[in-house]
Design a binder for this molecule. Sequence first.
Ligand code: FAD
Length: 289
Amino acid sequence: MSILDRLADADGAFSLEFFPPKKEMPLDSVYGAIEELSVYKPVFASVTYGAGGGDSKRTIEISSYVRSLGVEAIAHLTCVGANEKQTENMLNALETAGIYNILALRGDVPDGISKYKAFKHYKHASDLIKQIKKRGCFTIGAAAYPEAHCEAPSLLADIGNMKLKISAGADFFVTQLCFDENAILNFFDLLCKEGIKTPVSVGIMPVLNPNQIIRMALLSACSIPARLSKIVCLYGNDTESFKKAGIEYAVNQINTLRDNGINKFHLYTMNKAAEIKTLISLSGIANLP
Ligand code: FAD
């Protein structure tokens, strides 16, 4: 069954995200995590792409590994510093590797590059999506933001830009992490009011240590609800209790969203198999192998 068919399944769907380790690090740890989690039969496993494409070969290599385990692979791809020719080369490489699913993103400006240079050829993800769509053979995902992208003047304006991505060829969306279920529910209400029917998977990241919460909230421009701050106050100095509470928080988020009819989830694994296995088994979002 294709990714889009599985995302349309009324019983819900879940997917996983991995990232390539730093260049000097071996791939064993991410391969181990993929192997351990692929047994839960996710709809897909996606592999992130370093802005600027420095580790694009690793994105393809890891995506190929995902495929070799019988799981649909999605390679992320960004606009940063790329021109049309470089994108065509990347699309050729993906086709050669048999990877026909892409999460098309604008990316952020990395240190040492001007915004002008980073986005000289593509201003927005929708420009990249249009080019990928022309190939006719890729399923295309795009990013969505329950609390609005940091540069968007409002959530409604950001949702308007989701429509541009759909017109350009986006087949589905994956959301930025969001620790506030009420914000996610409000976002889905607005999608409904705005007539957006394209599937949207909710990105869920279990918080496993206090520094991660602050770093991820700042990077993603998302809010930290008081319930999450309390976990830091209560367990900030107790690694194991913190991890347990962070996973429980994510499980509660999933349960609340499911109670409200939302049942597509994308787990940001951070390449950590053990914690994600616990999350999967406590939330019941996948059948146990
Ligand atoms: P865009 O869709 O271009 O949106 C950026 C801003 O421009 C938004 O404010 C939007 O409202 C606005 N906008 C969009 N289209 C238009 C338009 N046509 N006209 C005017 N305004 C417009 N980054 C990486 O570097 N590598 C990754 O692997 C990666 N994976 C990600 C996975 C997910 C699920 C998510 C949610 C994000 C990921 N990112 C990744 C981060 C992403 O690149 C950044 O959030 C980036 O700042 C925006 O990317 P975008 O694709 O949403 O951009």
